[in-house]
Design a protein around this ligand. Structure first.
Ligand SMILES: Nc1ncnc2c1ncn2[C@@H]1O[C@H](COP(=O)(O)OP(=O)(O)OP(=O)(O)O)[C@@H](O)[C@H]1O
Ligand SMILES: [Mg+2]
Length: 361
């Protein structure tokens, strides 16, 4: 029997770390190949050459016995900060009418001349009310060109530019296989930004950035306790955020008071996101069934229990390799790889929603 050996590389360019994971589908299994985390250059212009260097040094050449695969598909993530997303219901399913309606919607969303913007959409029909449910992605053409130039690097047969909120969703769907009716909130806490994405009945309903991340937390600990960055970052993992600050030792208590205003803001913005999203079509259902944490910033110790208590929603730390075969041991907290894995899976598995913003040649 011929083996299905599709291989893909998921590329997540974060503000602090660039993460790459190589995944291979073999029959029904998905296996992890190489994975790499490197600091991202601070100037965007340096990124194409930086990616070219990584691909050349780590992901090309003849497959080695210890590195058995080399990817034929590259999936790059377009961050939420670069796009405008909107969930829209229309009373028509006619493609021409949809296109017209979206053109005028895009002009309202982005204050740029029509020649400078572009859009794409996912259409899902609801059988009961015959309305078309549409997820619209609009963005500036110059930003699309920047990401396209990165994606052109390397030697790949297939190139996909997916949006990272969809990678958040796909990473969770593949690894945890929730029922299609569930409402889930996904929170990717990066270095500088937290992206909250709400999934309901297999559709992305809402996605939004909050300017808080792991670096915000480390900076607050560093300033409060007068530490260098490394020692403050270690405090993020231990002791983390105390659950009973009155009983904690003095250091843990100081950290608690340094982090409290940041976490308050995160909670206010999260509750606001739930309200905005759920009010649209279910005013009586204001909270999702679960909140799923991803991203390096979610490693703050006790954050899951803290959020669970304050938001009154079950909180899960997602393991992006839950259903992926990994060679040997992988670190206990894998949250930093979630987006890269979600991107890679997009090249191997069918998902309810997918985009490819990479212009056809
Ligand atoms: N073991 C770890 N390795 C790297 N970063 C860690 C670790 N533990 C915690 N962190 C924190 O996680 C953050 C980096 O996470 P991540 O790579 O998800 O961010 P990013 O994708 O670069 O940022 P953003 O999504 O905001 O653009 C940093 O703030 C760092 O302090
Ligand atoms: Mg990130």
């Amino acid at each position: 029997m011929a083996l299905d050996l599709s291989t893909v590389l998921g590329l997540d360019i974060g503000s602090r770390y660039t993460k790459l994971v190589e995944l291979r589908k073999s029959g029904k299994k998905i296996e992890l190949g190489r994975k790499l985390k490197v600091e991202t250059p601070q100037q965007f212009e340096e990124i194409p050459a930086f990616i070219q260097g990584i691909l050349r040094d780590h992901f090309t050449g003849l497959p080695q016995p210890e590195n058995p695969f080399s990817a034929s598909t590259l999936v790059l993530g377009m961050p939420k900060s670069q796009i405008t997303l909107k969930y829209i219901q229309l009373a028509t399913s006619d493609p021409e009418q949809i296109h017209k309606a979206l053109e005028s919607e895009v002009r309202k969303l982005l204050p740029f001349p029509p020649k400078d913007i572009t859009f794409s959409y996912h259409l899902q029909k609801r059988l009961l009310n015959k309305k078309a449910q549409i997820l619209l992605v609009a963005l500036r053409k110059d930003l699309l060109d920047q990401y396209t130039s990165i994606l052109k690097e390397g030697d790949f047969n297939t190139r996909i530019l997916e949006i990272t909120p969809i990678a958040q969703i796909n990473c969770y769907l593949y690894n945890y296989n929730p029922s299609s009716r569930e409402s889930i909130a996904l929170m990717d806490i990066g270095a500088t930004t937290t992206t909250i994405t709400l999934l309901k009945e297999e559709l992305l309903r809402f996605s939004r950035d909050i300017p808080i991340g792991g670096d915000t937390v480390v900076t607050a600990i560093k300033d409060k306790l007068n530490l260098d960055w490394e020692r403050a970052a270690a405090m993020e993992i231990n002791p983390g955020i105390a659950l009973t600050p009155r009983e904690a030792d003095e250091t843990a208590r100081e950290i608690y008071y340094a982090l409290e205003p940041i976490l308050d803001q995160l909670i206010i913005e999260t509750e606001r996101s739930f309200k905005i999203s759920y009010y649209v079509d279910h005013p009586n259902l204001v909270t999702p069934q679960a909140l799923v944490l991803m991203g390096g910033g979610s490693r703050l110790k006790n954050l899951d229990k803290y959020l669970e208590r304050r938001l009154n929603v079950p909180v899960i730390r997602a393991n992006p390799f839950n259903k992926i075969e990994t060679p040997g041991e992988v670190e206990e907290d894998n949250s930093i790889w979630s987006i890269a894995v979600g991107l890679g899976l997009r090249g191997l598995v069918e998902f309810p929603i997918s985009f490819n913003l990479f212009p056809e040649t």
